[in-house]
Design a binder for this molecule. Sequence first.
Ligand SMILES: [Zn+2]
Ligand SMILES: [Zn+2]
Length: 167
Amino acid sequence: MDWFHCSKCFTKRGSSFAVTSCGHICCEACIISECSVCGASCCYLTISDEMKPQEKVFFKEPLKLMQSRLEHISQIAVFQQKQMERIIIHLRHMTVELERRLKELTDKGYQLSELRRENDVLKKHILELKKENAELKKPLSQRRVSPGHLHIDSGQRMTLPVAITSP
Ligand SMILES: [Zn+2]
Ligand SMILES: [Zn+2]
């Protein structure tokens, strides 16, 4: 670590160093009651492997920290991406299924409207046949005279006198 040295005497060698709460590094020889660099009343933390991770992190290489953080971040991104892909696959299946059901219902609806139309036509036929049947059941005298009969009757009546008066 090129940057590491005592902030007071600038030595790099020594068995024990400490970091102050005011942010200075002191070798064993430079440790006094207050900070030997800025004179602030401070507390000392011995630099060692027993430091907490949040303290140790200040002595790690920023580049390596960035790489490991980036790896962690990319793991998080891949994890979330995989969840997203599952949702997309599920939604695609849902879309296909809903489209299939919609087509099925549309076809059924079309068939239903065709059957309704056919049913209406048949109902009309039945009504006409009922009317005709009721008419046929009446005695001859009560029957409505159809224009066809009237025509034939009057035709016969008309032809008779002509035949008589003919020479
Ligand atoms: Zn020193
Ligand atoms: Zn200081």
